[in-house]
Write a protein that binds this ligand. Structure first.
Ligand SMILES: [Zn+2]
Length: 281
């Protein structure tokens, strides 16, 4: 059941008595891998984002110092994927449903004594939902440290491997995701069906962009007929293996930082923090 996650790091393999006996549960890091079941062009399966976050996390956990307590929850395969909903096979949760799922999982962990939760997401369509969930959980529980994180956000070698055009516009089912899939799940890639398609009809002579500081709302069908945004024809398993290793190394470092992290607690100059906002329950 654990897939790429090392079994000794797989939360569902614990018993309730293991958890009750766990010392310093407040310092244990729990990771929720989050992906999507959504179209990734004619050449890649629906599972890409879920496969990427789980495999990168599994590789990172395998390299992590065994003294750093981190456990992975089962991956949340479904995400908010409504930008892809014109393409059959895409399964989407609404933002409201995803918020509720994160909230209920997080509250269950908090009740069990855990105080550090990482939402490790590989799907570009839902960081905003994770950020809202993380802020709301921390506002309710001042001692709950919640991290809404994107798997691609750690320093990695994509800049050395991908063309500038791909780095800017290849956001879906392009070189990076296809190379990773060729290294992780080669039997599920139909490379003979791979076709390049870059976003079409973008504004010219305008500050408005697909992503970035001044974005406009879009669904994938507005930009692409194949569902691909990027060039998967140049993908290779060797590039994918390099990407996977550099992402995993980045997450080893990030997980160590999260283990050492303490929530900032501002105090007045020379004084003690008063009890205005109540107990940190
Ligand atoms: Zn994807």
């Amino acid at each position: 059941m654990h897939g790429p996650i090392p079994p000794e790091r797989y939360f569902p393999y614990l018993t309730w008595t293991d958890i009750e006996a766990m010392a310093h549960r407040d310092e244990v890091v729990i990771v929720q891998p989050m992906g999507a079941i959504e179209q990734h062009g004619p050449h890649l399966p629906l599972v890409v984002d879920s496969a990427i976050c789980t495999t990168v996390l599994g590789q990172a956990l395998a390299q992590l110092d065994p003294a750093v307590p981190v456990y992975s929850l089962p991956p949340l395969y479904y995400g908010k994927s409504n930008e892809h909903w014109h393409f059959p096979g895409t399964i989407t949760l609404s933002a409201e449903t995803l918020l509720r799922v994160i909230h209920d999982v997080a509250e269950s962990l908090y009740r069990a004594g855990f105080r550090k939760l990482v939402l490790l997401n590989a799907h570009g369509g839902q960081p905003q939902v994770l950020e809202i969930a993380a802020r709301d959980l921390h506002q309710v529980h001042g001692d709950f440290m919640v991290f809404p994180l994107f798997v691609w956000a750690v320093p990695n070698c994509a800049g050395d491997l991908l063309t500038p055009k791909e780095l800017e516009l290849g956001i879906h089912a392009g070189d990076a995701e296809t190379s990773l899939m060729l290294s992780m799940l080669p039997d599920q890639v139909r490379q003979d069906k791979a076709q390049a398609e870059f976003p079409q009809d973008l504004p010219t002579d305008s500050w408005l962009t697909m992503e970035g500081a001044l974005p406009f709302a879009w669904t994938t069908r507005d930009l692409s007929t194949s569902g691909v945004l990027g060039d998967p024809t140049v993908a290779t398993a060797a590039k994918g293996e390099q990407l996977l290793q550099s992402l995993a190394q980045g997450w080893v470092r990030a997980l160590e930082d999260i283990y050492r992290f303490r929530q900032p607690q501002a105090t007045p100059a020379g004084g003690q923090r008063d009890g205005l906002e109540g107990e940190r329950v």
